[in-house]
Write a protein that binds this ligand. Structure first.
Ligand code: MIC
Ligand code: SF4
Length: 642
């Protein structure tokens, strides 16, 4: 039996475990890491706590792209801290202004067949260039920087066969929206999505990256494309042809699931509020008044996307009732747009040009008006994420966003006549002057780490208790996102390096009294439904509950990165054996777990007593020995031998 593409990459990096056992824990060697600034400060504080002088990966890069709105000293202090860590500890530092981590990594650093983990859930974007790339919590990234193994559950293999060719005005975004429509936001959990079929050859690397990027929205462990002649041409155009290697699955590879998509018949699609899998054809939405369009984000900010948008806007004016924001994904994209005159076309049409950063995608400015309809080329439209509680965010292709910005209503671009034809350049303009290399080990010895007053130590924890009795301080439903648990946005993000302060915003989108009630209770539990913790990799969604005294979370099922973050933080994540037990527990009930340390040590199943209702629920112990050791110690940092 042959190997799939992902299995080949796993095999080449396997340090522990048995990759033939789906769902079992495997350990991988990590070649590259990336961080962004909103998760980076915490990751580097953790790296410092591990106590290793210099990163032990082939390459580690720290990007500044999220917290670029500097409304006080906090974000700028964090940037300065990260820059000083990079210089001292051997990392490349991508300065603010150089672009969004995933876009820049694809352009300048991604290598087919290598492994990458990043403290950002969209790290699988690099799967577009054939990397095996995972989003992870900051502590896992810190461990990998120190040369540590990265652990995942061995995923199932899904093959998506793309047939034919996209028709004019239909985009890569529509392919991934179609996959989301079919599989849903939890359909990818425990799976790697591998793309193949005759349609792959017609997709450029940036288009492939749009697709792998939004594999995160499927809940997938990662997504990957083969490395072929298109990949080689992209890498050559980036001046990195020597790093190209071919990569394809074996002809007799076996997949657990197969999906067929006919590109010829695909139409423009939109993910409607408030979930990326709430997908409808744009033709059904046509005519709806639009208030805002935003083009950019790590999903759709490549030169290819921007040139299409510029061609659509050329000679037109943005509708007076629409605000159009455009954020090119990288300095390379921005520069090339300027050099070829396309930037002038965007400006002339009335686009508001934003710096190349995440910007509106993470609520860093450009929040829509009350109840405003905002068409965004981004990847997440969770309620309130835009910064406007009742904002109505639709996820669309750059073509749909640009067309609708001109007309002022939701527009199927196929009604606009001939589609712009854009080709990839033979050579990208290469200028890595915004990437600062580290100091030599010799010079690094005397370098000082620069910390600002907002940078507080991460919360400490005690070894887990044997009996835990506490109240359910919050009961939530299905598909709770980390944006619910730990909101982002311009007001909250500057507190990412200050856990006590950011904790005051924990779960406030669901219940504004949650932090205060936790503080009053001193300890507590959370109960949730399916796919709890989907979305971002932010470990703050575990560290803030830890700070507030949350001891365990009981759910029907967890999202992959979040459950790893809970364990790393020392919070017990348990799943009901009978999903109906979820309905039996009410907020405010007192629950008791006994013999916790014994169950963790011996691998036996847990029992949860509902003291209020006199009931008992079974909770299977699916934790690995490694995870149990982390929980016994009170968190991953306490297991590290110095
Ligand atoms: C996001 O898109 O939600 C983020 C902001 O990029 C997060 C990381 C974070 O919360 O800092 C992610 O996707 O992991
Ligand atoms: Fe940035 Fe948005 Fe991409 Fe997250 S999803 S990395 S906030 S652009």
């Amino acid at each position: 039996m042959g190997y799939t593409l992902a299995q080949k990459c796993i095999k080449a990096h396997l340090l522990s475990g048995d990759m033939s056992q789906i769902g079992s824990e495997i350990g991988l060697k990590i070649d590259q890491t990336l961080t962004q600034d909103a998760t980076g400060t915490m990751a580097y504080l953790e790296f410092e706590a591990i106590g290793i002088d210099r990163v032990r990966t082939e390459l580690s890069v720290a990007y500044i792209d999220h917290n670029t709105l500097q409304t006080g000293f906090e974000n700028a202090d964090d940037h300065r801290y990260i820059q000083s860590v990079c210089k001292k500890h051997g990392l490349q530092f991508s300065r603010p202004g150089n672009g969004i981590c995933h876009q820049v990594h694809l352009e300048r650093f991604g290598i087919p067949g290598k492994t990458l983990i990043g403290s950002d859930s969209h790290t699988p974007t690099a799967g577009g260039i054939g990397m095996l790339a995972f989003g992870a919590g900051g502590l896992d990234v810190a461990m990998a920087m120190g040369g540590g193994t990265y652990y995942i559950s061995m995923p199932k293999m899904v093959r998506v066969n793309l047939h034919g060719k996209l028709q004019p005005w239909v985009a890569a975004k529509d392919i991934i929206l179609e996959v989301l429509r079919r599989m849903s936001v939890k359909g990818g959990v425990g799976k790697i999505i591998e793309y193949g079929g005759d349609g792959v050859a017609s997709l450029s690397v940036p288009e492939r990256a749009t697709i792998t990027n939004m594999g995160a929205e499927l809940g997938a462990s990662t997504s990957i494309f083969p490395s072929d002649d298109v990949t080689r041409a992209f890498m050559e155009a980036q001046g990195r042809g020597d790093q190209w290697v071919p990569l394809a699955p074996d002809a007799d590879a076996v997949y657990d699931e197969v999906l067929e998509i006919d590109l010829n018949t695909l139409a423009p699609l939109a993910a409607c509020p408030h979930s990326p899998d709430n997908v409808k054809p744009v033709s059904e939405l046509a005519g709806m008044k639009v208030d805002q369009c935003c083009i950019g984000s790590c999903t759709n900010s490549s030169l290819f996307d921007m040139l299409k948008v510029a061609a659509i806007l050329k000679g037109k004016t943005v509708c007076p009732s629409v605000s159009l924001g455009i954020a090119p994904g990288s300095k390379q994209v921005f520069n090339m747009l300027a050099d070829c005159g396309a930037l002038a076309d965007l400006i002339a049409a009335g686009a508001r040009i934003l710096e190349c950063a995440c910007g509106p995608c993470i609520g860093m400015g450009q929040s829509p008006n009350s109840g405003g309809v905002s068409l965004r080329t981004f990847n997440r439209n969770f309620e309130g994420r835009s910064g406007t509680a009742d904002g109505q965010v639709y996820l669309v292709s750059p073509e749909v966003a640009a067309a609708s910005a001109i007309t002022g209503v939701f527009t199927d671009p196929r009604t606009l006549g001939d589609a712009p034809v854009v080709t990839m350049p033979e050579k990208f303009s290469i200028n890595d002057n915004m990437i600062v290399p580290p100091a030599s080990p010799e010079e690094a010895k005397d370098l000082e780490i620069l910390r600002g007053p907002n940078i507080k130590p991460f919360p400490s924890n005690d070894p887990i208790a044997d009996t835990i009795e506490a109240d359910v301080l919050l009961k939530v439903g299905d598909n709770i996102t980390t944006d619910h648990i730990m909101p982002a946005g311009a007001k909250v993000l500057p507190l990412r390096s200050n856990i006590p302060a950011i904790s005051q915003h924990c779960f406030t989108r669901c219940d504004p009294t949650f932090p205060a009630r936790c503080e009053a209770a001193g300890k507590g539990f959370i109960v949730g439904g399916n796919n709890y913790g989907q979305g971002s990799s932010r470990e703050h969604a575990a560290l803030a509950p830890l700070h507030l005294g949350i001891k365990a979370v009981f759910v029907q099922s967890f999202a992959r990165i979040h459950v790893a973050n809970l364990i790393n933080a020392g919070i017990l994540p348990l799943t009901f054996a009978d999903p109906a037990d979820y309905d039996r527990i009410q907020s405010g009930d007192t629950l008791r777990l006994t013999n916790v340390r014994t169950h963790l040590t011996e691998g036996t199943d847990f029992e949860l007593v509902n003291v209020t209702r006199g009931e008992t629920y079974a909770l299977p112990n699916t934790l690995t020995e490694r995870q149990a050791q982390i929980l016994l110690a009170g968190g991953l940092l306490y297991t590290i031998e110095k």
